[in-house]
Design a protein around this ligand. Structure first.
Ligand code: FE2
Length: 254
């Protein structure tokens, strides 16, 4: 059974599930595809969406109860897909400040986050990428960079990813990219980077019926079509470790 580190399953907060009923449909699809644990990661700080951390925490609790009542065997923890704020003139990372001030959530959502799902611009590689990742690392926060294979900047210049890897960032592929649902470039980069050992996480980034959750099909593709099953396994192990770390932070703060 698997952990999904990126989903928009919380109802009525962003461009993901619109209703609780849709959330439950997504949950059933996820479970059928082998997912039994999922981080709910609504958008934070994009130009279109920002979901307040308190809303995320409360809606996650409500969804958790609804899943239990519907007898759907999916556990959900809060998180956020934090959109990167580019600092024009250096200084302390705004992303890091937001996490430290609890105006952004890490994966697990609790004080002292150990992992954060960070999203860069789709169009331009941020000029302060290296600084941001370095500062998070020094603060003991592991950055998981959301769907790099879908960034236009990296599709044009794939080597830029090495700047992020040098700073210790983890890379999260989207299961749909592996399956070709985000175009041939995203699929080619997925295969290339997996084969190079550049990828640490596979997640669904599920948004609803048109972008459903589910990871097993992608892992099967990695193994059967690309012969890269060992890297798929590594991704599953990393996702597990994020979940376990979040649970242990929760226990400390309870
Ligand atoms: Fe997302």
């Amino acid at each position: 059974m698997q952990v999904d580190c990126h989903s928009h399953i919380l109802p009525g907060v962003d461009d993901g599930a619109r209703t609780l009923e849709q959330s439950l449909v997504m949950a059933r699809v996820a479970v059928a595809q082998g997912t039994d644990r999922m981080f709910a990661t609504p958008h934070g700080y994009t130009s279109s969406f920002h979901v307040d951390p308190h809303v995320i925490l409360e809606k996650t609790r409500v969804l958790h109860t609804a899943l239990q009542e519907a007898q759907i065997p999916l556990k959900v923890l809060p998180g956020m897909e934090v959109h990167h704020f580019v600092r024009a003139h250096g200084g302390e990372s705004e992303d890091l400040l937001r996490l430290q001030q609890q105006s952004a959530l890490g994966l697990g959502g609790y004080r002292n986050p150990r992992h954060v799902l960070l999203e860069f611009s789709f169009d331009d590689w941020p000029r302060d990428a290296g600084d941001t990742l370095r500062q998070c690392k020094m603060a003991g926060i592991q950055v998981v960079l959301a769907h790099p294979e879908r960034y236009i900047a990296l599709q044009k210049s794939p080597d830029l990813i090495e700047q992020a890897l040098e700073q210790g960032a983890w890379m999260q592929l989207t299961s749909g990219s592996i399956l070709g649902r985000f175009g041939s470039k995203a699929q080619e980069l997925s295969r290339l980077w997996l084969s190079q050992g550049y990828i640490h996480i596979v997640a669904s980034d599920a948004h609803g019926p048109t972008r459903p959750p589910g990871l097993q099909e992608a892992y099967d593709h990695i193994e059967r079509e690309w012969g890269l099953g060992e890297w798929g396994q590594r991704c599953q192990d990393n996702a597990e470790s994020i979940w376990e770390t979040a649970l242990s932070e929760m226990a400390k703060q309870a």
